[in-house]
Design a protein around this ligand. Structure first.
Ligand code: SAH
Ligand code: SF4
Length: 448
């Protein structure tokens, strides 16, 4: 048997890409292992969004180089966004690398691994078709990702994603429906549609289909699907039709991740985001009018080049005003070959760290208050597995995407259960089951 091991950095799209890569390798006779020491093929699926992810990638390859010194037949491959962004330069930085493949060339990996075995260094960065997809693995998978498009045409000035993933490429509705059907037939309850700029789904297809239409087709064609989500929406392409689809289609969850990035109009413009702070708040208000219990999360960058105290204050004000349930906050990180990397007035690291700490404080205060307000509420929780910390309890998510920890048997994994929220914990909520799911009693024995 030949074994492969994949380490995945980065976003949900990378997780999905690693899943379809796993599938492709299995189709070519490889067996996946969770033990890197046992692997004949070591793969790293990389991220280029921030410098830290780049450093982590090279330090892991450095550790693998030591393993390779003992077992010279081991093949090391770097795939994904950083591979595409750095290209041949990565071979220079990491002599242990045998092959590289960009995110759109993942389906070539089985063949590249074979070529690398012949002691050749190979790399493919061309933009091929989407290729592959995920099949249902064995066991219960309560929630699954399905990519609907890849790439991004927005070219925000700080972002390396368009450079790594290329221009927008939507998958056909037929292909998406087939993959969603396959996952739901195997017991998956929740589908998360993925795209870097998913609100532009379909704009390159030359047919009249957009994200709202796609949500509608999925909901109609697969009525057994309980939950449907999509990430990541962009504020400037969020149509009224999409807001109505969120409100009207029963599987579509009332949770939305809508990156803001900055509260300052001057910075938003320098970022080339395509909206103002007022347009963002108006949009959030409009969505809330249609989806009253909307759970809204966002991404924010602090310390973009030229960001003044005044700009930063505007971001803090927006966080207070927008009532976010959660915000993922990042220090601006210089990415090679982006427009912002060349801008004057890059902020010192200490200043970025100071602003990040202040922002995180404001975000947390809001998040804690919003979570506390959920105590006593009844929520439907999709049980995803055991909790990460103790492995003794169960962990699931509400339709609003809040993590809930509760007591219950493993037989509940993959079920949606009515839960009362009883307390808040650090990043999650605690819950108690109101009534156990039909067919299963509390000790975990299924009733025949
Ligand atoms: N497509 C999504 C986000 C993709 S990257 C969108 O348009 O919002 C995920 C997040 O990483 C971004 O929302 C942004 O907040 C952050 N990010 C991207 N480039 C960054 C950089 N150079 N420095 C710091 N954070 C960055
Ligand atoms: Fe990057 Fe902007 Fe595209 Fe998001 S929309 S992936 S931040 S370029």
């Amino acid at each position: 048997m030949k074994f492969f091991y994949i380490h995945t950095f980065g976003c949900q799209m990378n997780v999905y890409d690693s899943e379809r890569l796993t599938q492709a390798l299995q189709d070519h006779g490889w067996t996946v292992t969770k033990n890197s020491g046992q692997a004949d093929l070591l793969l790293i699926n990389t991220c280029t969004v921030r410098q830290l992810a780049e450093e982590k990638a090279f330090s892991l390859i450095g550790r693998w180089a030591k393993m390779k010194a003992d077992r010279p037949d081991v093949i090391v491959g770097m795939v994904g966004c950083l591979a595409q962004h750095l290209r041949q330069k990565a071979f220079k930085r990491a002599p242990a690398l045998d092959f590289m493949a960009g995110p759109r060339a993942l389906m070539r990996v089985p063949e590249l691994a074979e070529e690398a075995r012949q002691k050749k260094r190979v790399a493919v960065f061309s933009v091929c078709n989407f290729g592959g997809g995920t099949k249902a693995p064995e066991g219960v998978v309560p929630s699954a990702y399905v990519a609907v498009m890849d790439g991004c045409n927005q070219y925000c000035t700080y972002c390396a994603v368009p450079l790594a993933r290329g221009r927008e490429k939507s998958r056909s509705q037929k292909e998406i429906l087939a993959e969603v059907k396959r996952r739901v037939a195997a017991g998956t309850k929740e589908i998360i549609l993925l795209g870097q700029n998913i609100t532009r789904y379909g704009s390159d297809l030359g047919q009249k289909i957009n994200l709202a239409d796609l949500l509608c087709r999925i909901a109609e064609a697969i009525p057994e699907l309980s939950r449907l989500r999509f990430i990541t929406g962009h504020p400037s392409a969020f149509t009224e039709q999409l807001i109505k689809a969120m409100a009207d289609l029963s599987p579509v969850c009332g949770a939305l991740h809508l990156p803001l990035q900055s509260g300052s109009d001057r910075i938003l413009q320098a970022m080339k985001r395509g909206y103002t702070s007022t347009q963002y708040t108006d949009l959030a208000r409009k969505i809330r009018a249609f989806v009253p219990d909307l759970v809204l999360s966002t991404d924010i960058i602090v310390g973009f080049p030229g960001e003044t105290e005044h700009d930063f204050q505007a971001t803090l004000d927006m966080v207070k005003q927008c009532d976010f349930d959660m915000a993922f906050c990042f220090k601006y990180s210089i990415r090679q070959a982006t427009i912002a990397a060349e801008l004057p007035d890059q902020l010192p690291l200490l200043e970025k760290e100071k602003r990040l700490a202040l922002l995180l404080d404001t975000v947390e205060q809001k998040a804690v208050a919003k979570k506390a307000a959920m105590i006593g509420r009844r929520e439907k929780v999709l049980i995803e597995g055991t909790d990460v910390k103790t492995k003794q309890r169960l962990q699931g998510r509400t339709r609003g995407n809040h993590i809930v920890i509760l007591d219950g048997p493993p037989a509940w994994i993959g079920r949606e259960i009515e839960v009362e929220i009883t307390a808040t914990a650090n990043w999650s909520l605690m819950g108690e089951v109101i009534s156990p799911p039909a067919g299963i009693v509390n000790n975990g024995q299924a009733i025949a």
